[in-house]
Design a protein around this ligand. Structure first.
Ligand SMILES: [Zn+2]
Length: 350
């Protein structure tokens, strides 16, 4: 469960970066042997979070130019707008993030830092965009550290994983030789996702072995909705999504747990990927149970969903009215799941 939301009662201050960096250096658990480098890395995180980048907005073009300059020399943009780079000769692991956010308006925003909760957030009525700025930052840091991998910063995840679907359908040979795909696009601080949209995309053996290597108390988590790695589940054996420390994503209350994401970054650099279990067969579907976002099995079958879909097609207006009464909005229908972070927040307040 996320931390209690006590922000409104705590004293907050404008994020002056020198102040924040000093705070970080005081946290023993995130100290590195190279504070100078870490300082540069955090400045880069703040740069990423300062820009709202809705899907299809023009600001994404200049953001992609900036990102490419941060990536290795072999980095390129594919025909859809995904940014791709390789570290090492024959990588087995794909690291995945996405460069669009759910901001309503593109443009610059100022960041705030809550000392008590050690969280970055905004108060401008918009989301923070740590979904998926935190994931992008992790990929940049791992590339800089020389961690072998195929790195993809996908386009248009928030409007239905369109960039990743483009690669899976049009240029699948890009992932030849990859048997692990890790998105850093999950809320919270303890999930290694094993199911996306009710389908198994990573084995428990994989999740347990990655958790053991990270040594940060992550758990195999079957409650994933979906992200880019889901698009590769028929091509790549282990497709997961790992918590990057944001909470209440897609809402104006979104926040990023700073010490968590910094510690995760340092631990990821130490992982011995040859020790990670790879057992799932990507050509087999395991669709035994459907889960909702709380891990509760749904009591419906795919055949019942098909029947319901046919009824919705015949009566779209009444279906829309029923959804509206249930508090479901058009964005959630397009995305295929209901904002669970918003619910977490409401429950925490009760
Ligand atoms: Zn995301």
């Amino acid at each position: 469960m996320t931390k209690p939301t006590t922000r409104r009662k705590t004293k907050t201050k404008n994020l002056r970066e020198n102040h924040l960096i000093k705070q970080i250096h005081n946290l023993n658990n995130v100290l590195t042997d190279n504070p100078q480098r870490m300082e540069g890395g955090l400045n880069r995180l703040f740069t990423i979070l300062r820009y709202g980048r809705p899907s299809y907005s023009t600001i994404i073009e200049s953001f992609k130019r900036w990102l490419l300059a941060q990536m290795p020399d072999n980095a390129y943009e594919d025909d859809y707008g995904n940014l791709i780079a390789t570290v090492g000769n024959d990588p087995r692991v794909m690291f995945s993030a996405h460069h669009d956010t759910v901001h309503k308006m593109p443009g610059k925003q100022s960041l705030l830092y809550d000392e008590t909760l050690d969280e970055i957030y905004t108060d401008n009525g918009s989301c923070l965009g740590a979904d998926n700025g935190a994931g992008i930052w992790l990929l940049l840091e791992l590339m800089d550290a020389g961690v072998e991998g195929l790195y993809i910063i996908h386009a248009d995840e928030e409007v239905g994983c369109i960039g990743s679907r483009y690669i899976a359908n049009r240029t699948p040979s890009l992932v030849d030789g990859i048997d692990i795909a890790i998105a850093f696009d999950r809320k919270g601080t303890d999930s290694i996702i094993t199911y996306q949209s009710g389908m198994r995309t990573a084995s428990n053996a994989f999740a347990d072995s990655l958790s053991a290597q990270l040594n940060m108390s992550h758990q195999a988590d079957p409650t994933g909705s979906f992200t880019d790695t889901n698009e590769y589940e028929h091509l790549i054996a282990e497709c997961t999504n790992v918590s990057v420390g944001f909470s209440r994503a897609h809402t104006k209350l979104e926040a990023l747990d700073l010490s968590y994401v910094v510690e995760l970054c340092e631990r990821l650099k130490q992982v011995d990927w040859d020790m990670i279990s790879v057992v799932r067969d990507p050509t087999q579907d395991e669709d035994l149970r459907l889960f909702n976002d709380y891990g509760i099995g749904f009591d419906y079958t795919n055949a019942e969903i098909d029947e319901l879909e046919a009824a919705v097609r015949q009566n779209p207006r009444s279906a829309a009215r029923i959804l509206a009464e249930a508090g479901v909005d058009s964005y959630e229908v397009a995305r295929g799941n209901v904002y669970d972070d918003g619910w977490d927040y409401m429950f925490n307040r009760l």
